[in-house]
Design a protein around this ligand. Structure first.
Ligand code: AMP
Length: 280
């Protein structure tokens, strides 16, 4: 695996690969890699001749400076995982390489940028738009892979690519989960043992809430989540909503011909976790 630190270098290598007729798949990450990330690498390897991964903890998407400071960084084990998964290129820049100048680009994502994560993490999606557009415009992959673990982020990226006329196909990939159902996340390693045990309730309560939404009502599903979370003093709910998968508008009544998704964000201790589950 080639490891490159400068955008100019990765641009150079990838343009040589493209001139040889190779197709390029790209997986942007913030590192502290786990099998969820590796599943994106595998999806890219299946579809493309060459797979590029980036590891960059993007400061402009953190609305909380303590979260940025404490974001896990494990470059040695990341590199090992990527070599084992036969990734071809790793781009691992520092902040100055990605942002040689202050990035003041602002995006208007409309409604989908204003709700849920957009409402609870002001500026977050603008930062995502900035970094993803810089990476896509530099690397110029044919396809880029994102996890629906970050459901709203995939929608934002698709919209950004359309608005900015970036010629890339955005591929969304399923959520990988731990054995007990907890969605894999780089932030999970920051949970204490007790917090980790509590976090294992999240996927189970999401499934239970889906059943309640279908058998009773969305209102009762929301009450169930609120009551469940309020049993545990170290858990704090940011939001739980059932939304239209295409618009993210909250829905109040499930409908047969409209796919919906339940989305949650909550704190377990100081760690903010997100998850989502289609309501089928
Ligand atoms: P991150 O490093 O958290 O920015 O994530 C990089 C990419 O990996 C994003 O597209 C995430 O949605 C995706 N990802 C994170 N966790 C998972 C998971 N558990 N399953 C699948 N994809 C994931």
């Amino acid at each position: 695996m080639h490891i490159l630190y400068k955008i100019k270098e990765i641009e150079h290598f990838i343009s040589i690969e493209k001139n040889k007729g190779k197709t390029i798949g790209f997986v942007p990450t913030m590192g502290a890699l786990h099998q969820g990330h590796i599943s994106l690498i595998e999806a890219s390897k299946k579809d493309n001749d060459i797979t590029v991964c980036s590891i960059f903890v993007n400061p402009t998407q953190f609305n909380n400076s303590s979260d940025l400071t404490h974001y896990p960084r494990t470059p040695d084990s990341d590199i090992k995982l990527l070599i084992d998964s036969k990734c071809d290129y790793l781009y691992m820049p520092d902040v100055d390489d990605v942002y040689p100048n202050l990035d003041e680009k602002t995006f208007d994502f409309g409604y989908i940028g204003l709700v849920l994560e957009g409402a609870h993490r002001p500026g977050h999606f603008n930062g995502v738009g900035q970094v993803v557009s810089i990476l896509l415009e530099g690397i110029k992959p044919h396809k880029a892979y994102f996890g629906i673990k970050d459901f709203q982020q995939v929608m934002i990226v698709k919209q950004m690519v359309k608005q900015s006329h970036i010629p890339v196909e955005i591929i969304s990939c399923p959520i990988l989960r731990e054995e007990d159902g907890l969605a894999m996340s780089s932030r999970n390693v920051r949970l204490s043992l007790d917090e980790r045990k509590l976090a294992s309730h999240i996927p189970k309560m999401m499934q239970e809430a889906n059943l309640i939404a279908k058998k009773q009502s969305i209102e009762n599903a929301k009450l169930f989540i609120q009551n469940f979370v309020s049993q545990f003093p170290i858990m704090k709910l940011d939001y739980y909503e059932i939304c239209d998968v295409d618009t993210l508008e909250p829905i109040t009544i499930l409908s047969e011909n409209k796919q919906s998704v339940a989305l949650i964000a909550l704190f377990v201790g100081n760690i903010r976790l997100i998850d989502n589950l289609l309501v089928k």
